[in-house]
Ligand binder design. Structure first.
Ligand SMILES: Nc1ncnc2c1ncn2[C@@H]1O[C@H](COP(=O)(O)OP(=O)(O)OP(=O)(O)O)[C@@H](O)[C@H]1O
Ligand SMILES: [Mg+2]
Length: 325
């Protein structure tokens, strides 16, 4: 069952420069992908590719000057673009939840962990009082926090980075959402803790048949934790398919460059790794946005790159996708 279906999503920022001229940055330029129940989809791509914007849009969290001039985001069959904040608040934290990178800024420093988990349930009217406390403690146990009864009374500053990230996962899951969106959930944690936290997340997602969108710079994380991967470049998905297939037979030159530049499991890919700079979002060229950096670029790439089939199992937005590497 498809939980999240993003189709041809465009996001732009209109800002006025010092000369008072309106400038428009086209940050997302036709993003399409789906996440089904029971599926963990990785979203990768260099800095500025638009991964976080995609996540924020899916959560209904974009705010001006961000604008959605075109596209569709359906969650559980319902279009969420255009919903009021009141309607979105009924979905966010309830049917879909987000895990972000910095747990200590996402937790309320003035409230005990248990109280925050209870409040999360009260706000969404999923449980109250003793039932909510029991559920909160069970969630802390589920994310493998030792001695959960005692941790209920802990303050955020008393937690290690790994523990705080687990608490955030518990917060995201306490109302039994169908979809989890995790934006670099373990960046900044050391490798061992990162693996423990991701293992926990993967086990819960599998046991509850959740859908998950995991944003990461780390192709090793994708290889270990995701079934499907979407590769993003300059606000477009340039390749989408089963992880094994995409990693063994990448079709888009950008995906190839990304994989070639990954030295080991824990490589953190920054934008310089594959060489070149991203295109100017304020002045996007026609045609394929990767062509200036592409070894395969040809005249055909001056026209628009082919769109990838949304329902296909493995596709790439490249005229030469069918060619052997
Ligand atoms: N308020 C804004 N005004 C103009 N451009 C913006 C604004 N916010 C974001 N952008 C642009 O949107 C693009 C996508 O940003 P986004 O944060 O989604 O990238 P990302 O893929 O998550 O990168 P990272 O890996 O660094 O987290 C970037 O080029 C960024 O400069
Ligand atoms: Mg980001």
């Amino acid at each position: 069952m498809t939980l999240l279906a993003v189709q041809d999503l465009h996001v732009e920022f209109a800002t006025r420069g010092l000369d008072n001229r309106l400038r428009v940055a086209q940050a997302l330029n036709g993003v399409s992908f789906t996440v089904a129940a029971g599926e963990v989809v990785g979203l990768v791509g260099e800095t500025g590719a638009g991964k976080s914007l995609t996540a924020l849009a899916a959560m209904g969290l974009l705010r001006p000057p961000a604008r959605i001039p075109h596209g569709s985001i359906r969650f559980e069959g319902r279009e969420i673009i255009g919903l009021s904040d009141r309607e979105l608040e009924k979905i966010r934290g309830r049917r879909m939840a987000m895990i972000v990178q910095s747990p200590l800024t996402s937790l309320d420093p003035l409230k005990r962990i248990g109280d925050q988990l209870v409040r999360m349930q009260r706000v969404h009217d999923t449980a109250h009082g003793a039932a909510a406390r029991t559920k909160a403690e069970a969630m802390l146990a589920a994310v493998r926090i030792p001695d959960p009864a005692r941790r209920m009374r802990a303050w955020p500053h008393e937690l290690s980075g790994g523990m705080a990230q687990r608490v955030l996962i518990a917060m995201a899951l306490v109302n039994d959402p169908a979809l989890i969106i995790a934006d670099e959930p373990t960046t900044g944690l050391d490798v061992t803790v990162q693996a423990q936290v991701l293992d926990t997340l993967r086990d819960i997602v599998a046991a509850r048949n959740l859908g998950a969108l995991v944003i990461t710079h780390d192709l090793g994380v994708v290889a270990h934790y995701c079934q499907r991967v979407a590769v993003m470049f300059a606000g477009r998905i340039v390749e989408d398919g089963p992880v094994r297939e995409v990693f063994s037979r990448p079709s888009h030159p950008y995906t190839r460059a990304l994989i070639d530049s990954t030295p080991g499991r824990i490589a953190q890919l920054g934008w310089t790794v594959t060489g070149g700079t991203p295109p100017d979002l304020y002045d996007l060229p026609q045609g394929c946005l990767y062509r200036d950096r592409c070894p395969r670029a040809a005249t055909a790439c001056l026209a628009a790159p082919p769109r990838i089939a949304v329902s296909g199992t493995h596709g790439a937005a490249c005229h030469f996708a069918g060619e052997a590497a």
